[in-house]
Design a protein around this ligand. Structure first.
Ligand code: TYD
Length: 139
């Protein structure tokens, strides 16, 4: 991927035919950190729904679309990239300081997020200008 601190994560899965699929994510293995928190997002019935619109100072996350599809827009302050998540075993690792926005959710979309830390509001950068200032200072 061209955006800094981001990469595609592929999970191991078993296609058990009529018995469905089994997909596995392990802490500090396929997921490149110790998982401290798991959350999911569903009920995305509106085509106009938008989530994210922030970056994190330290938090690392891996996002999966375990049902349906959505578009993830990534921005490291220099480069931007859009990724379509539509396969349950294909996730995106997002390190710190990545501005991200999620949209174009299919009505059946379920997003699963694995995170490296507990919820901490002080870790959020919710203002895009502040984000740009921060990444420029880091250069
Ligand atoms: P936010 O991370 O902004 O949602 P998204 O990026 O998916 O659009 O979180 C929305 C609200 O939920 C915010 O008020 C904080 C709260 N929240 C928690 O309390 N714990 C959590 O683990 C998360 C992810 C959010």
């Amino acid at each position: 991927m061209k955006v800094r601190n981001c990469r595609i994560i592929k999970l191991k899965f078993f296609d058990d035919g009529i018995d469905g699929n089994l997909v596995i994510a392990e802490s500090a293995k396929q997921v490149p950190f110790q998982i401290k928190r798991v959350y999911f997002i569903n009920n995305l019935k509106s085509r106009k729904a938008v989530r994210g619109k922030h970056a994190h100072k330290r938090l690392k996350q891996v996002l999966f679309c375990i049902n349906g599809s959505f578009e993830l827009q990534l921005d490291d302050g220099v480069r931007r990239e859009r990724v379509l998540l539509a396969k349950p075993h294909m996730g995106v690792y997002m390190g710190s300081n990545v501005w991200h926005t999620m949209h174009n959710f299919s009505p059946d979309c379920v997003i699963l997020v694995l995170a490296s830390d507990f919820y901490k509001e002080f870790d959020y950068i919710r203002n895009y200008r502040d984000f740009i200032d921060r990444v420029n200072k880091k250069k």
